[in-house]
Design a protein around this ligand. Structure first.
Ligand code: ADP
Ligand code: MG
Length: 306
């Protein structure tokens, strides 16, 4: 981790932040990738979370001023609803989630939660209401129990077990000689991408935040495991404001709205049915994925006959 090209004083900053009790492990690792640190406004207030309604208004953003990434994005995630962001890789999907978490500040427009601009509230209060299952989960060099418990330090052991169950990782853990006390991370047991993702999902299930961001949360899983986890995620996201970033379109069919992002702009938006009916980019992405899944199934059938 320390091999990253991050100035040492920045790592010191991150350590202090952790000691001061920030609640998200993801945050620490994402922070390590961020060069410029966003700071609280001098008069920053606590975010008052109500129903958890999100509003992106004409959001423009560039990591590098020469190269705009988001070119005027507007959409809402009404309280308790699920909005999916899909589109080609590099379109700016993960960037949207990083902006909601305020790892970066936007150049113009606004992002609000229950009417409060994310730039006007403390980062600590902002991040305490958001649960994020990122694309690449990095675990603490500590036990599995610790890594899950982190989602809600005051949870009971029974809550931790229940979360592991819901994330379909408890069976795997039960088979380990040291069970939940198994050390993981760089100096412990190496977990596969899918196992790490399930630990992150268990942590988020335990945290049960008012707002959820799932960034390709099931991408490292095989189709079968993905379907099982999807049902666990459906339970967590029920009645919670959820932003899902998805590569596999099969996971977003039920979303209240699907936004197709392309080159930093909204190319199409609607429900699964309306987007299929309009025969545009989404419809062609959908048919390509269907063909790939069918080819995979035929291949499996042929193998099973041998
Ligand atoms: P997606 O999630 O849709 O695949 P991202 O939001 O991760 O896309 O990235 C959008 C664009 O921004 C990509 O071209 C990517 O290379 C660029 N990008 C992402 N992160 C950074 C960064 N930290 N610095 C500079 N450019 C970045
Ligand atoms: Mg991404």
């Amino acid at each position: 981790l320390l091999q990253l090209s991050v100035p040492l004083n920045f790592i010191g900053f991150v350590y202090r932040e952790i000691r001061q009790g920030l609640t998200d492990i993801e945050e620490m690792f994402d922070l390590l990738e961020v060069e410029a640190e966003v700071v609280d406004a001098p008069d920053a207030k606590e975010l008052h979370i109500g129903t958890g309604a999100l509003c992106f208004r004409d959001v423009r953003f560039a990591y590098d001023p020469e190269r705009p990434i988001l070119k005027g994005i507007s959409f809402d995630v009404p309280a308790g609803k699920t909005v999916a962001i899909v589109g080609p890789s590099g379109a700016g999907k993960s960037t949207l989630s990083r902006l909601l978490y305020r790892f970066y500040d936007i150049q113009s427009g606004s992002i609000t939660i229950d009417g409060q601009d994310v730039r006007d509230v403390t980062q600590k209060s902002l991040r305490s209401v958001i649960g994020m299952v990122p694309q690449d989960t990095v675990l603490f060099n500590d036990t599995l129990a610790y890594n899950i418990h982190y989602g809600r330090p005051d949870a009971t052991e029974a809550d931790v077990m229940a979360a592991a169950d819901a994330a379909q990782i408890s069976g795997f853990i039960a088979k380990l000689p040291n069970g939940f006390q198994t050390m993981v991370g760089e100096r412990g047991l190496k977990l596969s991408g899918g196992e790490k993702q399930r630990v992150a999902i268990a942590r988020t299930i335990l945290k049960a935040p008012p707002i959820l961001i799932l960034d390709e949360a099931t991408s490292a899983l095989d189709t079968h495991t993905e379907q099982e986890i999807q049902s666990a995620l459906d339970v967590v996201s029920k009645n919670r404001t959820t932003l899902v970033i998805a590569h596999r379109l099969s996971t977003v069919i039920g979303a209240d709205e699907i936004i197709v992002l392309k080159d930093g702009m909204i190319a199409e938006r609607g429900t699964h049915a309306s987007l299929i009916a309009s025969s545009g980019l989404y419809a062609s992405m959908w048919s390509r994925q269907r063909e790939a899944i069918q080819a995979e199934e035929r291949l499996r059938e042929v193998r099973e006959m041998d």
